[in-house]
Ligand binder design. Structure first.
Ligand code: DGY
Length: 356
């Protein structure tokens, strides 16, 4: 049974692609295979956890990336020859021109990521390629990193670590390495989706009051007393710490620009675990230099891993290399979730996490 949202197509007995590929007759996107009974060939762009690769070997004809390098577009297109699906990560930029070059055999892109800003969804739709992501399973891990960034930036953790490693710690004094306490402060959350909600829960453990801005107000049971700001601008002036949790898109590019940074309380702290594109680097660095923003904790950057070098030169930045979802538990869960989506697609069912 395929629930396309607008209509339901019953595929009868064809519950599994291994039984009979004839279910493809009623596949809404006209998925067709040339070799009946063959396992779908899946291009896996990066090294994945062992449990995920084992399941891929069992159920598919996977093509793994032996040395885990980032494929060039030409390499990727060549590899996709005769493949039915692609299992990419955020490191692959599947822009419209790349999607246009994918062979017709490719019918699904099952991302190993919750963010899908690296995939041109319109281009995929235009080619009837199903695109999925991996929501939910990385919310806890990413919220942990949001808290780590908040604490690390507020309490100058990177500075302290550098000082000790350089053997430059000479004294203790009341004025030494004084930071900002986050306990009892106001946390502003932009994007009260899954990660934003978990971050709010963790922050309540520090007695923080939660304010948020979201496209829509969330129900009271999710709000848990958090204060909704219909306008982003009013949130900015209300919080001591601002944490970004909204997706990157054409609409949210440089959401945090010079004008909005100026609306932050002097001495505010900015935390970003979402996407670098949300922030205008020059504007943030200027505010960090001036002290208007006291500190920034960043796990994501524009043009990663070639980040704006200005961040390295600033003492009041706490920087991590995009490790929001990097726990064993979460990476396993992301991979298995991507495979659940592929399984559904090749069984003729609607995948749980379809984004296009
Ligand atoms: C995600 O899943 O979007 C993480 O940022 C890793 O890419």
């Amino acid at each position: 049974m395929v629930d396309t949202g607008s209509h339901v197509v019953s595929c009868g007995r064809h519950a599994d692609w291994r039984d009979d590929l004839a279910y493809l007759d009623c596949w809404p996107n006209s998925l067709q295979y040339t070799s009946m009974g063959a396992k779908p060939k899946v291009i896996v762009t990066r090294k994945l956890p062992e449990a995920v690769e084992a399941r891929l070997r069992r159920d598919y004809e996977p093509v793994f990336n032996a040395d885990d390098h980032v494929y060039s577009t030409d390499e990727l297109i060549d590899l996709c020859d005769g493949a039915q699906a692609l299992l990419p990560c955020h490191s692959e930029h599947l822009a419209a021109e790349v999607i246009a070059r994918l062979p017709d055999s490719v019918k699904a892109i099952a991302n190993f990521s919750v963010g899908v800003d690296h995939v041109d969804l319109e281009a995929a739709r235009a080619r009837n390629i199903i695109v999925t992501n991996t929501p939910d399973v990385l919310s806890d891990a990413t919220a942990e990193i949001a808290m780590l960034l908040m604490l690390g930036a507020a309490r100058r953790a990177a500075e302290g670590d550098r000082l000790i490693r350089a053997d430059q710690w000479r004294l203790w004094s009341p004025a030494f390495m004084v930071g900002t306490q986050i306990t009892g402060k106001t946390l502003g959350i932009i994007g009260m989706g899954r990660v934003g909600q978990v971050t709010a829960r963790r922050a309540r453990g520090f007695d923080m009051s939660i304010h948020y801005h979201n496209r829509r107000r969330v129900p009271a049971e999710i709000e848990q007393g958090a204060l909704y700001h219909e306008r982003l601008e009013t949130l900015l002036g209300a919080c001591d710490v601002l944490s970004l949790h909204c997706p990157a898109s054409a609409q949210t590019r440089h959401l945090i620009d010079a004008k909005r940074i100026a609306l932050l309380r002097p001495g505010a702290i900015l935390v970003n675990t979402a996407r670098g594109a949300l922030v205008d680097d020059e504007a943030l660095q200027e505010a960090l230099r001036a002290g208007h923003v006291a500190a920034a904790g960043l796990d994501v950057f524009n043009d990663e891993p070639d980040i704006h070098p200005g961040y390295r030169a600033l003492a009041n930045t706490f920087l991590l290399p995009h490790i929001g979802s990097a726990t064993r538990e979460t990476r396993d869960a992301m991979g298995l979730r991507a495979l659940d989506n592929l399984d559904a697609i090749f069984a003729g069912r609607e995948p749980g996490d379809r984004v296009a």
